[in-house]
Design a protein around this ligand. Structure first.
Ligand SMILES: [Mg+2]
Length: 406
């Protein structure tokens, strides 16, 4: 398996920096953005204030005691959200796979786009440059092969830097650290671990999972994996997070594709994924939307409504193909997506037609198998054969033992 390359972008003292940027008289001063209420706490102290020991979450008197000259500024939420949108625009120049983790933190999966820009470090440098030039703000970037470690690395890069953590360095770096240095391990967990005699991540990593299970139950496995620096969680893009009114799936391609036959194969896989999700939610879709993104990142969508709603892979696939036929492809594709909308409750299947019944039973069987043995255990036969490019769909379903597509 190829390692992913994940960036975690974390804006430096975001709210305070936006205020300092917009009000030059605040530059190089100890300032803190606070909420509107009288009993508010500090939401974002500037680095100048932090130098006095001022921290996020302190009350105003607490911070004033540490730093008498501190200037309080009431938060301007719209300004921060607008700036956040500007940042996202910049990030989209480098990958479509962006997870907005919070208003000032972003995960980027650059595995498939890295080669276009040089290296991960080149991308990090370019992003920092663009944000600095375009928005007069600094950020820190962590680079690693999963979200957990990318986020851990950006903290080490702060402020205004880049930090990279490679697989071979992980145990050396993590082992001596206290467990709460990882995002997701809090004070309470740290305390419980201490009571077990576990003071650092190395000890946690080497602890028997059965012992952890006694204290942490189902969270034990995750804790153990975290101490090893393992995190399989994907960067989940906004598209995937859209509400239940649409269900869709898109994939960034390993390489840009031009062959219609290859596009068809991907559409089949995507139809299958989307329909499985529809069926799992007992929904049918009345509209199919095809999304394609060209090599130069321009994106194009086109949709088509159906006479009756369905969650059958074959039906959705056919509509996607029909849409594809109406598009004149201008450039090689780098991303393909299928979305479905006009969702309705699936209802009980109408077996008026033998074909409908057959499709329903097949889909159900496949869903069950895939659920029990993992995604893509069973897939369309035409996905497996390179030598039959014109096959629109194979009527033959057969078991498939290995994962070829993620
Ligand atoms: Mg931040």
């Amino acid at each position: 398996m190829v390692d992913r390359t994940i960036l975690h972008i974390d804006m430096d003292a975001f709210f305070a920096s936006v205020e300092q940027r917009d009000r030059p008289e605040l530059l190089n001063r100890a300032v803190a953005v606070v909420g509107a209420g009288r009993r508010t706490v500090l939401v974002s102290p500037s680095y100048e204030a932090r130098a006095f020991g001022v921290k996020t979450g302190m009350t105003k008197p607490q911070a004033r005691a540490l730093c008498p000259e501190i200037i309080y500024i009431t938060a301007h939420a719209e300004k921060y959200t607008a700036t956040c949108s500007e940042i996202i625009k910049i990030l989209y120049d480098f990958t479509p796979d962006i997870e907005v983790f919070s208003i000032d933190e972003f995960f980027l999966d650059i595995t498939t786009t890295m080669h276009l820009f040089g290296s991960a470090r080149d991308i990090a440098t370019n992003i920092r440059k663009k944000i600095k030039q375009g928005l007069s703000l600094t950020c820190s970037v962590g680079i690693s092969y999963n979200k957990l470690l990318a986020k851990f690395s950006s903290k080490r890069a702060k402020p205004d830097g880049i930090s990279m953590l490679k697989r071979e360095e992980v145990s050396a770096v993590l082992d001596e650290l206290e467990p709460d240095q990882l995002c997701g391990i809090g004070q309470k967990t740290k305390q419980t671990l201490r009571e077990m005699g576990i003071y650092n991540l190395g000890q946690l990593r080497n602890c028997k999972i059965s012992l952890l299970r006694k204290k942490f139950g189902i969270n034990a496995t995750n804790l153990h994996l975290m101490a090893k620096g393992i995190d399989e969680d994907p960067v989940s893009t906004a598209e995937e997070e859209e509400d239940a009114k649409t269900i869709g799936h898109s994939m960034t391609l390993d390489h840009d594709i031009t062959q219609v036959s290859e596009i068809q194969k991907h559409l089949l896989l995507l139809s299958d994924k989307v329909c499985r999700r529809l069926r799992a939610s007992q929904l049918s879709a009345g509209c199919v939307k095809l999304t394609i993104r060209y090599r130069d990142f321009t994106t194009f969508t086109k949709q088509k409504s159906m006479l009756s709603a369905t969650n059958d892979t074959k039906q959705i696939y056919k509509v996607a193909i029909a849409i594809l036929k109406t598009i004149r492809l201008k450039q090689p594709l780098r991303l393909i997506g299928i979305g479905t909308s006009k969702l309705t409750a699936q209802g009980s299947p109408n077996f008026l037609f033998e074909e409908t019944e057959r499709a329903y039973r097949l889909n159900k069987l496949l869903d069950d198998v895939n659920e029990r043995f993992g995604d893509e255990t069973v897939s369309f036969a035409s996905l497996l054969t390179e030598d039959n490019p014109e096959t629109v769909i194979s009527p033959a379903w057969r078991p498939y033992g290995t994962r070829r597509y993620k």
